[in-house]
Design a protein around this ligand. Structure first.
Ligand SMILES: Cc1ncc(COP(=O)(O)O)c(C=O)c1O
Length: 375
């Protein structure tokens, strides 16, 4: 039997919700979407948000309506789900390695509108062979390392690698791509902006060199939320792929990419026990929050009141699976039944824990939105 009280009926107000529950503030969401879309439109740069942050069609629809050209995806499930919704322009920005993924990519590319990221001949060759066998050509972007050092060819090797992959047959080089994730290491805003501009500029220069080698490129793609005010606006960059901006989160607040007042995603919880002094236990643990960056941040998230104002003197210090431990001087003021609204460290990790998110405007509940394409 499925036990989900929200399946019966959505209550009218936040305080009537069963907890824990994932909540999105629609006014904050809409503001995040329109601000980012406005900045990109003003600069004439295309916006291809990463769908991993919301995995939610009600959110994706709003991003498309605000001018997004399509989406960035990490998984075949995200691609398949967005294709079902008829989204015409998708980038699978995760290297498609392994026979089933290759098979999926060929079938999805045959439907049209899919570009994939590649960085090596080892990853590209099985895809090239399968595409040629299916009689199609799969468009790809060459992923380049501009400092994050995760995947991506080194800049000096980009020319040779592009020629190698483009020569395999079954594949068509349409651009270059980078994820400037290393910007999260820069706490200083000025240094972060300079590093973002440097990453975008480097990618633009690599694209210019590839064009000089005879490649026709229409896609020079950077992507991250910490870099969303710098990298996409560097010379030669055609598009940006921020994802987290749609909700923001406590990590982005610590980094300085957003104020707490911009965070649209929260986990609503209740205090369930105050048996030990200086410690209140809530009904949201790591299965509600995810354990993403708890160690680095020293907290599971920012504990707030129902209006999303931090509860003074309260730290969400640690968590078990379904129990959260609120400590600090302010915890003594909490009573059983009190509502606590937690801004997660990493919105994308938290989203992936949930199958639905309740949409709210202030205290009023508007709907219960499905979250799709989770692991
Ligand atoms: C390839 C790629 N593009 C874009 C993004 C979006 O970055 P952010 O989560 O900082 O918005 C990510 C995030 O991991 C990514 O891996």
């Amino acid at each position: 039997m499925t036990y989900d009280p929200l399946l019966r009926a959505l209550p009218a107000t936040l305080d009537e919700l069963p907890t824990p529950v994932l909540v999105v503030d629609v006014d904050r969401l809409d503001r995040n979407i329109s601000d980012m879309a406005g900045r990109f439109a003003a600069a004439g740069v295309r916006l291809r948000p990463h769908i991993k942050t919301s995995k939610c069609w009600a959110v994706a629809r709003r991003q498309l309506a605000a001018g997004a050209i399509g989406f960035t995806c990490s998984t075949p499930a995200e691609v398949a789900w967005l294709q079902e919704h008829g989204v015409p322009d998708l980038l699978l920005a995760h290297l498609p390695v392994g026979p089933r993924k290759v098979e999926f990519v060929v079938a999805a590319a045959a439907r049209g509108g899919l570009t994939v990221a590649l960085d090596s001949a080892e990853a590209a060759r099985p895809l090239a062979v399968a595409a040629a066998a299916a009689g199609i050509v799969v468009p790809f972007v060459l992923e380049v390392n501009t400092g994050h050092a995760r995947t991506g060819v080194e800049p000096d090797a980009a020319g040779a690698r592009a020629a190698e992959l483009a020569g395999l047959g079954g594949l068509r080089l349409r651009g270059v791509q980078t994820h400037e994730g290393h910007l999260a290491a820069h706490r200083d805003r000025g240094a972060r902006e300079r590093a973002g501009t440097a990453a975008g500029t480097l990618l633009g220069e690599i694209a210019a060199r590839l064009r000089a080698d005879g490649h026709e490129l229409d896609m020079v793609s950077v992507g991250s939320t910490p870099g969303a005010t710098s990298a996409p606006f560097a010379p030669g960059v055609t598009e940006g792929r921020p994802g987290t901006y749609v909700y923001y989160d406590a990590n982005q607040v610590r980094l300085g990419s957003a104020a707490l007042g911009r965070c649209a995603l929260t986990v609503l919880a209740r205090v369930v026990s105050v048996q030990r002094s200086g410690r209140a236990i809530i009904d949201a643990g790591i299965k509600a929050m995810s354990s993403d960056t708890i160690a680095a941040a020293g907290s599971v998230g920012v504990a707030c009141d129902p209006a999303v104002r931090p509860v003074p003197g309260v730290v969400f210090a640690e968590a078990n699976e379904e129990h959260g431990f609120l400590t600090g001087g302010g915890a003594a003021a909490l009573s059983v039944g009190d509502l606590v609204r937690v801004v997660p460290n990493h919105a994308c990790g938290t989203t992936n824990m949930w199958s639905h998110v309740v949409a709210a405007r202030g205290d009023l509940l508007l709907g219960d939105w499905p979250i799709c394409a989770r692991y």
